[in-house]
Each structure stands twice: as C-alpha cells, then as structure tokens.
Design a protein around this ligand. Structure first.
Ligand code: FES
Ligand code: CO
Length: 338
C-alpha cells in the first residue's frame, strides 16, 4: 500500500515544448517510460517493446503510431500493436501484442505521467491561466537528492536569510515570527510569514514581504509572496520528479502579475542563482531520506511547516520519506576510453 500514494500521483517529466515529433525517454519512480505526441495528444508507455524488449523511445512516431526501432512493430495511442511487418498478412496480430500504457497529460506547460490505476487528481494552479498573470518555467534542474528533501528545502523559511543572504533574506532579520499551518481543501497552507527582502526578485527594493506557503502533494509545493500596500503577487510552484532512487528533476513555475511587459530572462536568471545556492546544501543532507521520526532531528517553532510536511508523509505511509522505486534499469552512460 505504501507505494500507492506516489504511484497514483502525477509526476512532471518534461517541459511540454520539448516534446516534439520524436518520442522521448523519461524516468518516473525508477520506471523507464517513453512519452510521445500525436494529433490526439500526449501518451506514455512503459519504455519496452513486448517483442524483444527494445526501448520504444529509440523508435519514431509515424501516422500517429509509435514504431519500434528494432522490427518496426507499430503501437497506436491505446498501446495496441496494429502492425507487425514480419507477419505474413493472413495471420492476425496476437492480442498480447500491447504496450503497457500509463496516464499522461499536458498541463501547466509540462508533461505529467501517472503510473497508477487510480490516478489522483492533477494539482490545481489557477494562476496559470488567470488574466493579468504571466507564468514562466524554470529548470528542469537535476539534483542528486530525494524529492522530500527538495520540497522541504523549499518550505524552509529560516534558511532564506543565510543561503540566500542579500537576495531573499538578511542575516540581521533572521527571526521567524510564529505562524499557523492549516489543512484546508486537501492541502496545507500557512498564515502570512513576513520575511525581510533586501532584493526581492532581483529588483533591489528592501522591505518586508509576506510569504504564504502551501503543500499540494508529497512532491509539489508553492508559495505566494505579497507586499503590504502593493497589488503585486509573485508565486513559485515547485514540483519534483523522483526519477530513480538517487536522481530527481525539479521544475519551477514562476508567476507574476506585474512587469508583464518586461523580459522574462532576469526572473529566470535570478531563480537559477537561488536554486544553485540551495543545491549544495540539499545534496549534502544526511540521511538522504527525510527522517520522519521527529525524534531524529531537532525542531524549532519556526519549523512548523516542515514538521507538518514530515508528519503528513508519515501519515500517508511514505515510510522514512522513501520514494519507493522499482529497481532501476537505467542505462549507464558508456565511457569511451580515449
Ligand atoms: Fe520491438 Fe522487435 S523489439 S519490434
Ligand atoms: Co532556498
């Protein structure tokens, strides 16, 4: 059962624009998956041809069907094999000739895959198509850390003044006021947490901003930052794909309702700097799996949100923060001796 929560969750695998005419290999929870696009939309199969086990992602899409590179068996959108070139035409295609089909959606500018039989609903992110708001995608960032460690780092208020000093926080304003964490409509949400911003969004204006954090799923979280006396809203949604037991891919959606006519690049560059500041810390954390036993580490009141996150993972039965993965059969990169 422990596996089901994540198995039935949606995992972001690539930026939608990056899926063109060719199929693409991705990993989800240790599972090798091929995604492809045809006129009906996007599709995900286990990346394995039932004939001789070749990766279907080596093939191509022809007339909307995924064609294996090895002996050109053709699979339609439903995973049914509709053509076997080596088969004399009077013989029927065996019923067993099918690909394993997973759920796949294009949503929020990303491609999402769900391996489960009872897929959870997709997360909600209403800002994405709200008028007057603009969203850009940052990443994907490749990280050697477990997904809950990455989500927890995103939810951690008290690091802003140190890891991101001079950008998102100031060491002389390091105190975190008490805040509330509530569970409403299936997600955690905090009250406003004021943080002194020396250089909010790279725009060099010092002052306090209020952060409201939300945990939307075990591998997706967001915050919205506002400033008193201003209508400006800035939201970051982070969503993490646990590709296998040690590799994750992180996507971030940055949404703003101001400077809509200004270029996106400075926002992306600022976020890249922030992310790489976090990376060294997150990849250094031991144990690699988030400890769900609250006795294992020390907690302050300012850690209320990450404590709630750990308790929730524990309740969901995501034991020890482990993302349970199948033994991965990820191909090791060949090293060419020169
Ligand atoms: Fe795919 Fe033979 S292995 S067609
Ligand atoms: Co950070």
């Amino acid at each position: 059962m422990q596996q089901d929560k994540l198995w039935n969750d949606w995992h972001p695998v690539c930026i939608a624009e990056e899926l063109g005419e060719d199929p693409k290999q991705v990993y989800v929870l240790g599972e090798r998956v091929v995604i492809f696009r045809n006129e009906k939309g996007v599709h995900a199969f286990k990346d394995l041809c039932i004939h001789r086990g070749a990766a279907l992602s080596l093939g191509k899409v022809v007339n909307g069907n995924l064609v294996c590179a090895y002996h050109a068996w053709e699979y339609n959108s439903e995973g049914v094999c509709v053509k076997i070139p080596a088969l004399p035409c009077e013989r029927p295609i065996p019923k067993k000739a099918r690909a394993t089909v997973y759920h796949c959606e294009e949503y929020l500018g990303l491609i999402w895959v769900n391996l489960g039989d009872e897929p959870a609903p997709l997360i909600k992110y209403p800002e994405y198509d709200q008028e007057g708001y603009r969203t850009i995608i940052c990443g994907p960032y490749e990280v050697k850390a477990n997904a809950p460690r990455i989500i927890e780092n995103f939810l951690d208020v008290a690091h802003l003044m140190f890891v991101h000093e001079g950008m998102l926080g100031d060491a002389d304003h390091a105190e975190v006021v008490d805040y509330e964490v509530n569970f409403i409509d299936g997600r955690f949400i905090t009250s406003k947490i004021p943080v002194y911003q020396p250089n909010a969004d790279g725009r060099s204006k010092g002052g306090y901003s209020d952060y409201v954090y939300e945990i939307l799923s075990p591998t997706t979280a967001r915050f919205t930052k506002t400033t008193e006396g201003s209508d400006e809203e800035f939201t970051i949604l982070v969503t993490v794909n646990q590709e296998d037991h040690e590799q994750t891919r992180v996507f971030m959606l940055l949404t703003r309702n101001y400077d809509l006519d200004k270029p996106d690049e400075p926002f992306r560059e600022f976020q890249d700097i922030i992310f790489y500041q976090d990376l060294d810390v997150v990849e250094s954390q031991k144990p690699e799996l988030l400890p769900l036993d609250l006795q294992a580490e020390m907690h302050l009141k300012s850690d209320a949100l990450t404590i709630a996150y750990r308790r929730w993972l524990d309740e969901l039965g995501i034991e020890n923060g482990t993302i349970p993965v199948e033994e991965t059969n990820r191909r090791k990169k060949r090293v060419v001796q020169g």
